[in-house]
Design a protein around this ligand. Structure first.
Ligand code: HEM
Length: 405
């Protein structure tokens, strides 16, 4: 790996809690920097500049898969990793086309009443005035219920999904735990898909099974991997947009008041929260299939590249006063959903869920308070997802009632 006099920075565990200030420091040195990520042992390129991030995400020479890379064929990891987000053309297009339609804005709009009902039900269950973990009681169950219903996965195992997903996105999970959870996931999906093949239901997984059985465009392992990707990507991200978005509003009370006073701001507010929070902090792993120059830096063949979406979203060369939350600004062009061929397929669903979640929460509760000092909040050990472990709050209902019901 070569670069203009850039020595690799070793990033420590503090990067998990506050990636933003690390990005600002790195970007000031160079928008494309060699780093060693926390929990890692070899250098990788970390891109924190907006223009450089966009260029890298659209560069076909930065591959998702390379011959000889990746898990041992036949292992549980090899099964789980056969999804579109790990694939390059032409496989990527084949896999993505199978689900694209289910996630278009027009299609997901039909889910609005159901998402509203799930939201209302969860808010009913939140006790007023006492300390409650908003992540466990609201931010997590809303997206996991929506994606499970869409895919046709029973929600009974949702605590298992949360545990598995936490391991998948962690930089520090022990190898034996990762292996055990990957094995459990493959087993779970194989059993579920076999049951759906015997008795098809009206959901996306049954539709994918039918597609596989009719034209064989999806192998059995790809089917398992697709279910895994849609389940994990379909909740982990939105959970953290809702939880970290609520935290951002609590820490910026003038913006919270502004949203309360003008509910019509909600669409723009969600975009600004996406820019500001960027729940997917790093885009997933990419690897240079040939030498590539990004931002004047020569990235060598075989080098690992991570695009810091949360860094790009706060690049002062692209967004004015980027460290400030401004719900009225034009945040379009943010990279929270990525860019290029892997641009988030679930973006319309995530936007709809977030709008309904924020509007529902603010409509139901007049006052929201953080129940602990912000410095005591704990962040998950992940560079992929920037997310809280929990969000203890106190909520005071509209109209001065005694409960959230
Ligand atoms: C706030 C919520 C969400 C955020 C911030 C988000 C972010 C992202 C990002 C950044 C990528 C590209 C990653 C990369 O290039 O390495 C991505 C891809 C993807 N997302 Fe989302 N996502 C969200 C919600 C969802 C939802 C609700 C689904 C529903 C299933 C979903 C499904 C996917 C899939 C399948 C891909 C892979 C697309 C491809 O490879 O072509 N996401 N998402």
């Amino acid at each position: 790996m070569t670069a203009p006099d850039l020595a690799a920075e070793h990033l420590g565990a503090e990067y998990f809690a506050d990636p933003y200030s690390v990005h600002a420091r790195l970007r000031a040195r160079h928008p494309v920097m060699p780093v060693v990520l926390p929990g890692g042992d070899s250098p990788a390129w970390l891109i924190t500049g907006y223009a450089e991030a966009r260029a890298a995400l659209a560069d076909p020479r930065l591959h998702k898969s390379m011959p000889g890379w990746g898990p041992e064929p036949g292992s549980v990891f090899a099964v789980l990793e056969q999804h579109m987000l790990n694939s390059d053309p032409p496989d990527h297009g084949r896999l993505r086309r199978l689900v694209n339609k289910a996630f278009t804005a027009r299609h997901v709009e039909r889910l609005r009443p159901r998402i509203g009902a799930i939201t209302a039900g969860l808010l009913d269950g939140i006790p007023a005035r006492s300390e409650v973990d908003l992540l466990a009681s609201f931010a997590f169950p809303l997206p996991i219920t929506v994606i499970c219903e869409l895919l046709g996965i029973p929600t009974g195992a949702r605590d298992d999904f949360r545990e598995w997903s936490t391991t998948v996105v962690s930089n520090t999970a022990p190898a034996d735990v990762t292996y055990a959870h990957a094995t459990a996931m493959v087993g779970y999906f194989r059993t579920l898909l076999a049951a759906k093949r015997r008795e098809p239901t009206d959901d996306l997984l049954s539709a994918l099974i039918a597609a596989r059985d009719s034209d064989d465009s999806l192998s059995e392992d790809e089917l398992v991997s697709m279910a895994f990707l849609l389940l994990v990507a379909g909740h982990e991200t939105t959970v953290n947009l809702i939880a970290s978005g609520v935290l951002a509003l609590l820490l910026n009370p003038r913006e919270l008041d502004r949203l309360r006073a003008s509910p019509s701001l909600i669409g723009g507010a969600v975009e600004e929260l996406l820019r500001y929070v960027a729940p997917v902090s790093h885009a997933t792993f990419r690897c240079a299939a040939e030498p590539v120059e990004v931002g004047g830096v020569q990235i060598g063949r075989g080098d690992a590249v991570f695009v810091a979406l949360s860094g790009a979203n706060r690049d002062p060369a692209r967004f004015c006063d980027p460290e400030g939350l401004d719900l009225g600004r034009d945040s379009s062009g943010h990279l929270a959903f990525g860019h290029g061929i892997h641009y988030c397929v679930g973006a319309p669903l995530a936007r709809l869920e977030a709008e309904i979640a924020f509007a529902g929460l603010l409509g139901r509760f007049d006052r929201l308070e953080l129940a602990v000092p912000p410095e005591s909040l704990r962040w998950r050990p992940s560079t992929l997802i920037h997310g809280l472990e929990s969000l203890p709050v106190r909520l005071y209902p509209a109209g001065g009632g005694t409960s959230g019901q």
